[in-house]
Design a protein around this ligand. Structure first.
Ligand SMILES: Cc1ncc(COP(=O)(O)O)c(C=O)c1O
Length: 457
């Protein structure tokens, strides 16, 4: 068996050393604190009157330029808090990216607003600032930006457009903790930012999220919507909001058992982001020899967080489909994948006309807005989702030069054997064609037999 022959075609897999098996890394001290909380019966905390919540929020706030921080129980809740704190709701339009995890869109739907998709950059998959203006209508209230795969979106350009049109800006930093633009961390470029800190993220706990905002009123309005009595017992609660305090809240409060994990995770974040960045640089350098792989370049002054590394496979140039190439890469032992199967504008549950699936409450608000997601072509998003191949980088937080080079070698090996892969794909297509022809012939024979039998009886 040759190492040159593709594993998909019967050769020996090149293989890549597996990254750190455990994620998230929770230190012993944090574990002890959680056990202490359990043993002392402190399983619920109602805001900053709890030491554990206060320490978690203070550590997150210090990391995000001393902005207001509200801890909650998920990233989705944090994004809803951002929207609710900015009083965005019923029928308001929010311009956003169709190329993301669905929670960046479902948070907009959940507050009664209408997501309007603008196109993205076809290499990075990030919202294209130039496309935002085209999507603005008199009902547009905000732009919700996602720092996808750990790459910071172009916040200076997006903020310029938003300022010109009087729009609020919201960041979804769930995939990019610690990523920076000009030395400033993401989450500090907007009116409000929502982050997920579930166990698979770069700043990982178990299930958690947090809101970051420079505006005290946004913080308190968000708290009023989702925390026990709006945390009205805390210092600084505004007098003008006091008459409205009640328990009409979404229960998004964070468990102290999870909050206890934050300070140590925040302390380690920068060092881990740095090592992932170094590993990614080695991989990108080695991959630059590939003719058929395109990797987004970090803009000047930008440090990505490397939650994932996204690439485009240039299938038209290679004359092999992305899926066949990906199957060959996987057969070599690399856990590459396609993260976004289709742009959100095409997803079935956004259809309010002729919906045959389960009803979703947002279909009513989309019907009232008469939004037609087919009307605005988003060709770059379509291109990106058809060409992208992703690699998870979360676990590559220890220096891994050899593994990074081997990872790139796998892509080079598959590219080197592209002729064999083309032949394989042609054979597969021919086989599928023959199978479908044989099936049709068998169906025809069976139905003529049934007709003959019916005629005889
Ligand atoms: C971009 C983005 N936004 C929002 C979320 C939602 O976070 P959570 O699962 O904590 O609600 C995620 C989670 O994967 C995400 O990747």
């Amino acid at each position: 068996m040759s190492r040159k022959q593709l594993a998909l075609l019967g050769g020996r897999p090149l293989g890549v050393p597996t990254p750190a098996p455990r994620w998230p890394l929770i230190d012993k001290n944090s574990v002890r604190q959680v056990v202490d909380l359990l043993e002392s019966g402190h399983t619920v905390a109602l805001g900053r009157t709890s030491d554990v919540i206060r320490k978690a929020e203070d550590s997150l706030s210090a990391y995000h330029g001393d902005r207001h921080v509200l801890t909650v129980n998920s990233g989705h809740a944090a994004l809803m808090c951002a929207l609710m704190g900015l009083e965005i709701g019923d029928g308001d339009e929010v311009i956003t990216t169709p190329c993301t995890w669905g929670a960046s869109t479902s948070c907009i739907l959940a507050v009664g607003a209408v997501p309007v998709f603008a196109d993205v950059d076809r290499v990075s998959g990030l919202l294209d600032p130039k496309k935002i203006a085209e999507a603005i209508t008199p009902r547009t209230k905000a732009v919700l930006v996602v720092h996808l795969y750990g790459q910071p979106a172009d916040m200076p350009a997006i903020n310029r457009v938003a300022k010109k049109h009087g729009l609020k800006v919201i960041e979804d930093g769930s995939q990019a903790h610690g990523a920076r633009i000009g030395g400033k961390v993401v989450g500090t470029f907007s009116d409000a930012a929502g982050f997920s800190s579930m166990g698979g993220k770069l700043l990982a706990t178990s299930e958690a999220g947090f809101l970051v905002t420079p505006h005290a009123d946004v913080f308190w309005k968000a708290a009023m919507m989702c925390q026990h009595y709006g945390r009205s017992a805390e210092p600084g609660f505004p007098d003008d909001l006091k008459p409205y305090v009640d328990s009409l809240v979404y229960t998004f409060r964070l468990s102290p058992l999870i909050a206890a994990l934050f300070p140590a995770q925040v302390r380690r974040l920068d060092a881990q982001v740095k090592v992932r960045g170094e590993n990614a640089a080695i991989f990108r350098q080695a991959l630059s020899a590939c003719r058929f792989m395109k990797v987004p370049q970090d803009r000047k002054g930008v440090e990505a967080g490397y939650y994932m590394l996204t690439t485009n496979f240039l299938s038209e140039k290679a004359k092999v489909s992305r899926d066949t190439f990906l199957a060959a890469v996987k057969a070599e032992g690399v856990q590459a994948f396609v993260y976004i199967p289709e742009g959100i504008q095409h997803w079935r549950r956004l259809r309010w006309q002729g919906n045959k699936g389960p009803a979703a409450h947002w279909q009513g608000q989309l019907r009232r807005a008469k939004i037609d997601y087919g009307a605005r072509p988003l060709p770059n998003c379509d291109y990106k989702v058809q060409h992208a191949i992703e690699l998870s980088f979360t676990r590559w937080h220890k220096p891994a030069k050899g593994a990074m080079q081997r990872l790139a070698e796998v892509f080079l090996k598959v590219e080197d054997q592209i002729d064999a892969l083309r032949e394989y794909e042609a054979q597969q297509a021919e086989q599928a064609d023959t199978t479908s022809r044989t099936l049709k012939e068998a169906q025809r024979a069976a139905s003529s037999y049934r007709r003959g039998k019916a005629g005889r009886s």
